[in-house]
Design a protein around this ligand. Structure first.
Ligand code: PMP
Length: 461
């Protein structure tokens, strides 16, 4: 069924403005500007209903690892729906796709993570984490251990618990905070490093965790949650000194390490998981997005053996679950996505071909007059836009306006990038070719030049 046939872009925009409330959107502003209507995708490309083509520099929303439009995934979902479109996983019941996917995720995730609790999204995975860590400590006869430590600019989802774990002030202000969550400074040297060297700052930022545990009392702290590289916060890549120090603190202190791999997982950083890139040993590991490359919604929490043993041996019934936990069609999509990733060596392509090629071009953008820092790990990067070099002390005022201008130029030029404050963020499908990277880099360059010209015209620079 082609819903776009014989219907104009204006019709969809009218319907959308009349009835559709978009996520993370100022609806009034959107309705004045009108939505872009996407109707088709293939590989790294998207088309809107007016026939404009865009290079998908965000892999959907950090998820389309294998690229768009793979018929094999659609066929696998179709076959599963004809066989068993739905059956629950409550009441002593499983089904082939859920059982098989639980084995495959245990194979591809780091050693020692052999159990999965299925959810529909990353947010639900983090709500599951919230309940699981508190339940774990009750089972360990330490019910006072309730507090979870997260980080400013962290993003763990939009449900009530997940948004509290995240460190986005705007979200907290609109809906209030859940008690029992504490946030520390993120390892983002560019904004928070002051006079310290990058590596000294990495150690300082990690010791923030130790200071927080001391202040709150180890007997009250249940877990620390963090993304290996902070994604929605602006692709904040920690100094190399950060994670070893965090790992030391977590192993010396009695708290669980929750590594949120919703973005970093499934190859984004050039290894299967951010935990592989940084040598982490998660107790719990939320996953989503790249698990199915976004073809259908599915997420989960990987549980380390040492935690699973306690939950299974002592836990009895865990009063938690979703109607669609382990939905057959979503599991079929994930299984086919992971088959493609393994057989076509998508992670190896990212690490050996695509990432080194894009990274070299990316680093050269640091020479552009607007760019204060060009950072990237795997195919996961950002350009920090600044009014003057070197840029760490002087920033645009108000924060975010210039990022939005640049993001709009990027779209107009046919490249989808996201703006986070005044950083332009990129995270293309992992299957991107060298030729497509050449095209991407040209569009980034044009976007930076267009933004610079506009800022000069406005007298902002
Ligand atoms: N964790 C991280 C690290 C994320 O980036 C996101 C989404 N961007 C989530 C959790 C929430 O996932 P979802 O939007 O699927 O609920």
């Amino acid at each position: 069924m082609n819903l776009a046939r014989n219907v104009s872009t204006a019709d969809f925009q009218r319907l959308d403005a009349a009835h559709h409330l978009h996520p993370f959107t100022d609806t009034r502003q959107l309705n004045a500007e009108k939505s872009r209507v996407m109707s088709k995708a293939h590989g790294v490309w998207l088309w809107d209903t007016d026939g404009n083509r865009y290079l998908d520099g965000m892999a959907g929303l950090w998820c389309t690892q294998i690229g768009h439009g793979r018929r094999e995934v659609a066929d696998a979902v179709h076959a599963q729906m004809m066989e068993l479109e739905y059956s629950n996983t409550f009441f002593k019941t499983t089904h082939p796709p859920a059982a098989r996917l639980s084995e495959v995720v245990a194979e591809v995730t780091p050693d020692g993570l052999n159990h999965v609790f299925f959810t529909n999204s990353g947010s639900e995975a983090n709500d599951t984490v919230f309940r699981m860590v508190r339940y774990y400590w009750q089972l360990q006869d330490k019910p006072a251990k309730q507090i979870i430590i997260g980080r400013k600019y962290g993003y763990h989802g939009s449900t009530v618990a997940a948004s509290a774990l995240g460190g986005m002030d705007g979200m907290h202000k609109q809906a209030g905070m859940v008690p029992g969550v504490h946030h520390i400074t993120p390892p983002h040297w560019f904004d928070f490093g002051g006079d310290m060297s990058r590596e000294d700052f990495g150690v300082w930022a990690a010791k923030e965790l130790e200071r927080a545990i001391d202040e709150l009392g180890e007997e009250n702290v249940a877990a620390f949650i963090a993304e290996p590289i902070m994604g929605a916060g602006g692709v904040l890549i920690p100094p190399d000194s950060y994670w070893p120090e965090i790992s030391r603190i977590c192993s010396e202190r009695e708290i669980l390490l929750v590594v949120d791999e919703v973005i970093c997982g499934f190859g984004r950083t050039g290894k299967w998981f951010g935990s592989d890139t940084y040598g982490l040993k998660p107790d719990l590991m939320p996953i989503a997005k790249g698990l199915s490359s976004g073809y259908l919604p599915i997420g989960g929490v990987m549980v380390a053996d040492r935690v699973a043993d306690v939950l299974i041996d002592k836990g009895g019934e865990f009063y938690h679950g979703y109607t669609y936990s382990g939905h057959p069609a979503a599991c079929a999509a994930a299984l086919e996505n992971l088959r493609i990733m393994r057989e076509e060596r998508v992670v190896e392509h990212c690490a050996e071909e695509a990432a080194p090629y894009l990274q070299e071009k990316w680093r050269s953008f640091a020479d552009h007059p607007l760019v204060g820092e060009a950072r990237m790990v795997g195919l996961f990067g950002a350009l920090e836009l600044v009014p003057a070099k070197p840029g760490r002390t002087e920033r645009f005022d108000p924060v975010g306006a210039v990022g939005t201008i640049a993001r709009d130029f990027s779209f107009a030029n046919g490249l989808i990038m996201r703006a986070v404050r005044d950083a332009l963020v990129i995270s293309p499908p992992l299957v991107i070719t060298r030729e497509e990277i050449d095209q991407l880099a040209k569009l980034v360059e044009k976007t930076l030049d267009d933004t610079l010209a506009e800022l000069r015209k406005q007298g902002r620079i």
